[in-house]
Design a protein around this ligand. Structure first.
Ligand code: AHR
Length: 514
């Protein structure tokens, strides 16, 4: 049986997996279809998938349906995104065409297991989200571009306020029933908010007490459990507690782990559970906990309810950040050998970073508006105030320098960018209360987050758009010549839908002050 191929020839010997799969990987250039996916391996191990979510590839060799749905803001039309071939990789080109010149979100992540356990916009629960009706935000469709098997793909970028859920599932473990789950995350995108989770949660979106959820958590919150170093850690969210081992707080065997592509595993059965993890690009899994339920009342037996969450806590806590590429939940407690085979399949899939859109780090640029009113205006500052200013060759040296920016690796994440002022060294464009300012970098995490923008192809097809790293449903936009991070159709005047695409697209020009 062939596994997913890498973009280079390789022969993969699966040791522990030998009883399940033996694979020969061939081919140069891009990879083609596969006949074995992670869920085929789980099924062979007697622990079939009951939910299988991915925006990057099929998780069954025979799967040939849709992976996810995108919705665009221009007309609210939706498009299902499928595969290049049965059992293969995502075909993202239709998304790029469909979303060109507008803004798209990921509106549904389909369940490949056939059980209908799709993930959609999470409803309010113990906490409300920022979208209409207290729902959570949906992830921007283009904010987490990657390559997989040589093909362009997009992950699910969760900034605080974003969340997906299914409270009416089929086949997911309940009570103390055994289950397993893995997910592939971006190990460099996390925060200390509650709770970037994927897995089993309450069906009413509320905190129903200890043991009413069992999900993979990834991040560096220390309010409950934690491991060695400063994080991030893979932990189990069991409700009213993230557990890194048997103790409520510190457990020495759970390491900080931050592979760019991270395999994270949590599994549980009566009075027994495990945390495992590894690098989704190469190598094997390590076990960070394998033992009895926590030594805290309420977690044995478990009282799982069987909803599925992504990017949020069980009670719809919406303060977390992270990026998801694929994940499954199983019926039954998978063996380590089965998971080791799944890890071999994952590393063979060929996850890789994609080239970033926009100007290179270190380059000096000016950013010109594209709205018809304003094509002579550039992103500028006047002291701490930011604005769009008309700049011409006869402008003063100060005005030219005020409209010039040095592109830096994103202060919060080097996959994105920050803009340092050309003439006020150490000061950066940052948002505060949704307005843009030029402020000196105070070294705080908040400043880094507020000053980081992720470039995408311009929403109107021109230049680039700059999506806020920590408010990812908001783009850098001008409105009445002032600068904001705006959300399409949101409640502020500067969120107006009219001209939103033009106002949030910027042409990168040569700098007014080289
Ligand atoms: O267990 C940690 C968090 O506590 C859960 O995700 C949430 O439901 C509660 O606030």
């Amino acid at each position: 049986m062939a596994l997913f191929g890498r973009p280079r020839p390789a022969v993969l010997a699966l040791t522990a997996a030998a009883a399940l799969v033996a694979s020969l990987l061939t081919g140069g250039g891009t990879s083609q279809a596969a006949t074995t996916g992670p869920c085929d391996i789980y099924a062979s191990g007697g622990t079939p998938c009951v939910a299988a979510h991915s925006t990057t590839r099929a998780l069954y060799g025979a799967y040939n349906g849709s992976l996810y749905q995108v919705r665009r803001s221009s007309d609210n039309a939706t498009l299902n995104i499928g595969l290049l071939s049965a059992g293969g990789y995502v075909n993202s080109a239709p998304q790029d065409s469909f979303c060109a010149g507008t803004y798209c979100v990921i509106s549904v992540i389909y369940d490949q297991s056939g059980r209908g356990n799709h993930l959609t916009q999470a409803p309010p629960g113990g906490f409300s989200g920022p979208a209409a009706g207290g729902y959570d935000n949906l992830a921007p469709a283009t904010m987490a571009p990657i390559m997989v098997g040589g093909h362009k793909a997009y992950g699910v970028f969760v900034s605080p306020g974003t969340g997906y859920r299914n409270n009416a599932t089929n086949g997911i473990a309940k009570g103390d029933q055994p289950e397993g789950m893995y997910a592939i995350f971006d190990g460099t995108h996390y925060n200390a908010g509650c709770c970037f989770d994927y897995g089993n949660a309450e069906t009413n979106s509320r905190d129903n007490g200890n043991g009413t959820m069992e999900a993979i958590y990834f991040g560096n919150i220390k309010a409950w459990g934690y491991g060695t170093g400063n994080g991030p850690w893979i932990m189990a969210d069991l409700e009213n507690g993230l557990f890194s081992g048997v103790n409520a707080g510190y457990n020495a065997n759970d390491p900080s782990i931050s592979h760019r592509f991270l395999t994270a595993i949590v599994k549980g059965e009566p009075n027994h559970w495990s945390i495992r993890g590894g690098n989704a690009q190469s190598g094997s899994l390590s076990t960070f906990y394998n033992g009895v339920r926590p030594n805290v009342a309420g977690y044995n037996p478990m009282k799982k309810e069987g909803a599925i969450i992504l990017g949020i806590g069980g009670d719809n806590s919406v303060s977390a950040a992270g990026t998801f590429y694929e994940g499954v939940m199983t019926s039954g407690y998978p063996s380590d050998a089965t998971e080791n085979s799944v890890q071999a399949n994952i590393t063979a899939a060929g996850y890789a970073t994609a080239a970033r859109v926009g100007p290179a780090n270190g380059s000096v640029v000016s950013l010109r508006a594209t709205t018809a009113c304003c094509t002579t205006r550039y992103i500028s500052h006047s002291g701490a105030t930011t604005l769009t200013s008309v700049v011409t060759s006869s402008s003063s040296a100060t005005d030219k320098a005020n409209a010039t920016w040095i592109v830096r690796a994103g202060l919060a994440n080097s996959a994105c960018v920050s803009f340092e002022s050309r003439n006020t060294s150490g000061s950066y464009l940052r948002h505060q209360n949704y307005q843009l300012y030029l402020h000196a970098n105070d070294g705080s995490l908040l400043f880094a987050n507020d000053a980081t923008f992720c470039p995408t192809t311009g929403v109107n097809g021109q230049g680039i758009s700059l999506q806020s790293y920590n408010f990812s449903n908001r783009d850098l936009r001008h409105y009445n010549n002032s600068l904001y991070i705006a959300s399409y159709g949101g409640s502020n005047t500067f969120d107006a839908t009219a001209l939103w695409g033009d106002d949030s697209s910027w042409v990168v020009t040569s700098p007014w002050t080289p």
